[in-house]
Design a protein around this ligand. Structure first.
Ligand code: MG
Length: 399
C-alpha cells in the first residue's frame, strides 16, 4: 500500500514536534514530504530536516530561510522562502497538518482545502476567524477537514456511532477548567504569568495555555465545533446551533468530549491526555494507527469528575458564545482581540483579568463588515487588532 504523504506546517511548535513523533512511530504508513515553520528557531528546523529528510522545507522569514538554506546546502532538500512558502506545501501532500499558531495559519488552511487535500487542523484560529470562507473551500472536491484538537477529534469519533446525523441531540465539549478552576473573581485578580502557564493536565504552547486559563480556549472550541459539525458542510448535519453545544468541566482530562443522541445515549471518547492520539487519528482517518498514545491504565485511573463552568469568573466563555452566534466577521474580531490581549498579558503589559475586558471592548466596536472572502477576513483581523491595540495603549497609559 502506498504511504500517505504528509506535509507539516508549524513543524517546530508543540503540535509539529508531536506530529513528527507519530510519523516516526509509523514509518510504514506515512511519508513526510515537507515541513514548514515561520523561522523563529532556524536551528530546530535544520535539525528536523537532517533527521527526517523531507523533500521541501518552507520558511516564512526570509532571513531565517537563508540560514536554513546554507545549513542544508548539498543535502538535496529544497528550501522555499517567504509568506507563501508554507501554503505551497499543500500540493505536495495527501494530508497537511496545520500546526501554525494563531491567525497566521489561515493561508495553510485555505490552500490545503482549495487543493482538494485533507487538512489535519490544529490551527483552530483560522477556522474560527474565517468560518464562512473556510466552509466554501471545504466544498472543493477531495477536500477533507479532520480536527487535531482533542475535543473535536473526540466528537469526530463519537459521531461515527450513528449513521443518521438527525439523531444528534447535543455536543458536549469537556474542559479541564485550567489552572484557575474553582477560584473566585477576587482570587483571580492577582494571578501571574507563571500561574497561567502552569496547566494541570496538558502540555501545550504558551498562547493556548493562557487561553485555557481564561476558558477562551473552550470558547474558541465551541465556535470550532459549530463550524466543524453544526454547519451545512459539517459532519453532524445542518442545525446543531450554539444552544446544542455545551461545555462540561472535567478536571482529569480523560473524557475528551461526548455526543448525546436523541435517545439520551451518550458516547464519549477517553484516553490519557496526549495530543499524539488526535494527531494520529487525523493522519490515518478513516483507519487507525497501530501505535497507542495515551493508553489508560484502569487499575490506577481513579475517579472522573464533572461540573458546570463558572461563567461569572471566566467571562471569555460567554464572549465567545456571543461572537459565535453573531457570526460573520465577529468571530474574527474576537480571535484577533484575544491574540492581542494574550500577547499583552505575556509581555506583562496587562493583568490576567484585563484579558476579557480588552476583548469585550474591542468586539463592541465591530464595524459590521461581512465575511465575504479571505481578504475581508484579513481586513477584519487587522481592524480588530488596531482597535484592541489602541485600547491597550490607552489603558496602559492610565495605569
Ligand atoms: Mg482542545
Amino acid at each position: 500500500m502506498a504511504r500517505t504523504r504528509v506535509a507539516l506546517a508549524g513543524s517546530t511548535g508543540s503540535i509539529g514536534t508531536q506530529a513528527l513523533e507519530v510519523l516516526e512511530a509509523e514509518p510504514g504508513r506515512f511519508e513526510l514530504v515537507a515541513i514548514g515553520a515561520t523561522g523563529r528557531d532556524p536551528a530546530a528546523l535544520v535539525a528536523q530536516a537532517h533527521r527526517h529528510r523531507p523533500a521541501v522545507v518552507a520558511v516564512t522569514d526570509p532571513a531565517a530561510a537563508s540560514t536554513v538554506a546554507e545549513s542544508l546546502a548539498g543535502t538535496g532538500v529544497e528550501v522555499r522562502a517567504g509568506t507563501e512558502a508554507m501554503a505551497s506545501l499543500a500540493e505536495l501532500a495527501d494530508v497537511v497538518v496545520n500546526g501554525v499558531v494563531g491567525f497566521a495559519g489561515l493561508d495553510v488552511t485555505l490552500a490545503t482545502l482549495d487543493a482538494g487535500r485533507r487538512l489535519a487542523l490544529a490551527n483552530k484560529e483560522s477556522l474560527i476567524a474565517a468560518g464562512p470562507v473556510v466552509q466554501a473551500s471545504r466544498r472543493t472536491p477531495g477536500a477533507e477537514l479532520v480536527p487535531v484538537d482533542s475535543e473535536h477529534g473526540a466528537i469526530h469519533q463519537c459521531l461515527r456511532a450513528s449513521a443518521d446525523h438527525r439523531s444528534v441531540a447535543r455536543l458536549l465539549l469537556t474542559a479541564s477548567g485550567g489552572p484557575f478552576r474553582g477560584r473566585s473573581i477576587d482570587e483571580l485578580a492577582s494571578v501571574t504569568i507563571a500561574d497561567a502557564l502552569a496547566h494541570p493536565t496538558w502540555s501545550m504552547g504558551p498562547k493556548i495555555t493562557v487561553d485555557s486559563s481564561t476558558l477562551m480556549n473552550k470558547g474558541l472550541e465551541v465556535i470550532e465545533a459549530h463550524e466543524l459539525f453544526g454547519t451545512p458542510a459539517g459532519d453532524a448535519g445542518h442545525g446543531i446551533g450554539f444552544d446544542r453545544i455545551e461545555v462540561v468541566v472535567h478536571p482529569q482530562s480523560i473524557v475528551h468530549s461526548m455526543v448525546e443522541f436523541t435517545d439520551a445515549s451518550t458516547i464519549a471518547q477517553l484516553s490519557n491526555p496526549d495530543m499524539r492520539l488526535p494527531i494520529g487519528y487525523a493522519l490515518a482517518w478513516p483507519e487507525r494507527i497501530a501505535t497507542p498514545f495515551g493508553r489508560i491504565d484502569w487499575s490506577t485511573l481513579g475517579r472522573l469528575d464533572f461540573e458546570p463552568p463558572d461563567l461569572g469568573a471566566f467571562a471569555c466563555l460567554g464572549l465567545a458564545y456571543a461572537a459565535g452566534r453573531a457570526g460573520g466577521t465577529v468571530p474574527a474580531w474576537l480571535n484577533a482581540a484575544n491574540e492581542v490581549a494574550v500577547a499583552a498579558f505575556l509581555d506583562g503589559r496587562i493583568a490576567w483579568c484585563d484579558i476579557p475586558s480588552v476583548i469585550e471592548s474591542t468586539v463592541a466596536a465591530h464595524d459590521g463588515a461581512p465575511a465575504t472572502d479571505a481578504a475581508a477576513i484579513v481586513e477584519a483581523d487587522a481592524s480588530a487588532r488596531r482597535v484592541a491595540s489602541a485600547l491597550l495603549n490607552r489603558s496602559v497609559a492610565v495605569r
